[in-house]
Design a protein around this ligand. Sequence first.
Ligand SMILES: [Zn+2]
Ligand SMILES: [Zn+2]
Length: 345
Amino acid sequence: MKALTLTAERTLTLVDHPKPEPLAADDIVIRVTQSGICGTDRSVLVGKFPAETGVVMGHEAVGFVDSTGPGVTRFAVGDRVIVNPTLYCGNCANCLEGHWNFCGRKAGTEVGLDYDGSFAEFIRLPELFCHAVPEDMDFDRAVVVEPLACALNNIEAGRLAAGETAVIVGGGPMGVVTAMAAQLYGATVLLVEPDPVRGRLGQEIFDAPEFGGRVTVHTPDDPALAERGDLVVDSVGNLLEQSIGYAAVRGRVVVMGFNSNASATVRPLALLQRGLQIIGAGDYNSMIFPKAVELARQLPLERVVTHRFALADHEEAFKALAAVPGTEYTALKVVLVPPHPGADA
Ligand SMILES: [Zn+2]
Ligand SMILES: [Zn+2]
């Protein structure tokens, strides 16, 4: 099969890779129809996040069940599934307490980082990490369920309540999905984005009548943002100081974006006097995934996808995400589509 693997130079290359087959009794092989490019993928290619050389990248995937191990009970060949890529062992100290997102045995199970991922025609996963696509949902929406799970995790870690104001920092795909979810939770949402292209794309999405004006887009220096958020979510990962400035008295600031190079200076007295809380949610716990599938039925997630590219056109795809030096954002969510000659997907 065709797959995109990571080279030692932190670039992607399209290779012929052995097609996965079920190994364990509960394994499912999925014929990938769409796979979203995540901020993490981009971070790997620009050197901000580690991944194993030679791995098939990608972790946000949907597709059809292609084959199953003999122990698979919930799925049959041809079923439509969404991948939950947050694998956990179930057996370490953290897993035994239900904190699957802090599994201590993640090595070798990080999909698209050190476990072969979904920028490929096929991917193999245990049944536990596959979820059925609801009948009334198409793949175009389902492919954004995984980012929604991540958004819900951060919103819930920040204890967002109806009637509150949420400031979402960063108008990339994660910021937009988080803003969509926050308004569904009953918040007034201010989305912050400096890049004019992304700001305009976000504005177009939230101008739609179903959002009822509950989400507005702002540039970072907009005075309307100062000390405004009951909840502030840094979807970028290196904007903690800025995010603290957007927090209201007794506000919660959630660090969401992954950036292994970022550090920040905070004034402890400001936290103390303003009663602020800084929260790190970790990866989402898999328990939230069914909720993401359900809430996706109420959110036009597909509108965050601005571009689709064939696997072979991966360079163009990442260029649209400004992951190539000298390029600028021209996209929100970009989705890769593997080749399946003769398939009806
Ligand atoms: Zn992701
Ligand atoms: Zn574990």
